[in-house]
Design a protein around this ligand. Structure first.
Ligand code: SF4
Length: 413
């Protein structure tokens, strides 16, 4: 390997601890590193804690691993975001999405709104219907139970299932993120969802302690989330998960969380993508003045995720949450930007607009990457094991509309 350059273009000599850790991890990183008993955990800690001078070497190793498995192609999913209900029984202290009944902005989408949005999304070329909602509102709010009854449903999941059926009828593929779900709820959603999602966020129970972000969020108990992700694996459901940076966790706890995801994927093979997401401060939340993760913290986390989860994993960072750092994230080893909507806001981070797809394509091209559209289910999961047979025809129909053509910025006139 040639001399690495630091950000000023000077050759650097990596600190031995970092260099040895990087060598050991990259030696094992042709595939998933799932077993914490390998002793690589201390090395992974050294990588995520690396000095700024060592960062280029870390990114180069992660980028090379991505290139060797994924090539220089980066993907996105054209989606519509439907906040089926923003009522939620939890209170995460960084969240502006959740509402109580009667709060300004409290909203459960009506059937006609759902159909109208989906129809407009389809007309704009969307292929994914992201159903994103609060966790177990019917367990907390009698008024909402009445709303559900008026809609003809006894549970939120019953109503979400109906929304997914409408999406399929209109010509979109549903992906639902409805918080912690039981096995019977996932079983009910499987025939109408190409994938389900739940961010692990972080594996440390420390964030549930008094004064921490998840003190009032029972559904953020890491053990419950790990169990749901494992159950989705047993049910053979393609799954999206990830970690959230900047909510009070340490860099080592980010590594622990990536190892936990690696272990789940090693056991079940169903984790189709891992999101590395950064917390964004907002004036109306208790964490308004909390520092956001820096660009180099994001890059470190993406690179370590790539090295631990292997070259085959799809590693994603949301482009609207790091609008000035797209090049850095590409260098750090992502191969996917996640969902981008031409129609709807990111209701979880409404202050953060989606990038224009042609502008993102231009940035990718300048970095030597081709931007391509993908479906909400990755091609490697379109098989008889993971994809419910009921969805084979809708997936085929939409896959045939993705030409595989690259997305280009318009030529200058
Ligand atoms: S982050 Fe999710 S679980 Fe937490 S309060 Fe917001 S909607 Fe509820």
């Amino acid at each position: 390997m040639g001399a690495d350059m630091n950000v000023a273009g000077r050759p650097t000599t990596p600190a031995p601890e970092f260099a040895n850790a990087l060598r050991r991890v990259t030696d094992g990183a042709t595939g998933l590193i799932a077993n914490t008993a390998t002793g690589l955990i201390a090395d992974a800690y050294a990588l995520i804690r690396c000095a700024d001078d060592d960062l280029p070497a870390l990114l180069a190793a992660a980028g090379a691993l991505r290139d060797s498995h994924k090539g220089r192609v980066v993907t996105y999913s054209r989606k519509a975001f439907l906040p089926i209900t923003n009522l939620c029984r939890d209170r995460c202290s960084y969240c502006t999405f959740r509402k109580d009944p009667g709060d300004p902005g409290a909203w459960t989408m009506r059937r006609d709104e759902i159909r109208d949005w989906l129809t407009r999304a389809r007309a704009l070329g969307c292929k994914e219907a992201l159903m994103c909602l609060g966790d177990k509102p019917e367990a907390a709010f009698p008024e909402y139970r009445q709303t559900l009854r008026a809609l003809g449903h006894a549970s939120t999941i019953g109503y979400v299932r109906e929304a997914c059926e409408i999406a399929i009828e209109v010509g979109l593929l549903p992906h639902t993120n409805a918080g912690v779900l039981a096995a019977d709820e996932m079983t009910a959603l499987r025939p109408v969802n190409v994938s389900l999602g739940l961010m692990l966020e972080n594996v440390t129970p420390r964030l549930r302690a008094r004064g921490m972000v998840h003190q009032n969020a029972p559904d953020k108990e890491p053990a419950r989330r790990l169990e749901m992700i494992a159950e989705a694996g047993r049910l053979r459901i393609p799954f999206t998960t990830g970690i959230l940076l900047g909510i009070g966790e340490t860099p080592e706890e980010r590594v622990d969380s990536l190892f936990a995801i690696a272990d789940l994927h090693a056991a079940h093979g169903h984790v189709q993508e891992v999101i590395i997401q950064n917390f964004r401060a907002k004036p109306e939340i208790p964490l308004a003045d909390a520092p956001e993760p820096t660009a180099s913290e994001m890059a470190r986390a993406v690179a370590v995720a790539r090295l631990l989860l292997g070259g085959e994993m799809n590693i994603q960072a949301p482009p609207n949450l790091s609008p000035n750092d797209h090049r850095l994230l590409l260098r750090a080893g992502i191969n996917d930007w996640g969902g981008i909507s031409p129609l709807t806001l990111d209701y979880v981070n409404p202050e953060a607009p989606w990038p224009a797809i042609v502008a993102l394509a231009a940035t990718c091209a300048e970095e030597g990457f081709t931007l391509r559209e993908r479906l909400a289910i990755y091609p490697e999961y379109v098989d008889g094991t993971f994809l419910d047979p009921a969805l084979a025809a809708p997936v085929d129909a939409l896959a045939s509309t993705i030409t595989g053509e690259d997305i280009h910025a318009p030529a200058p006139s």
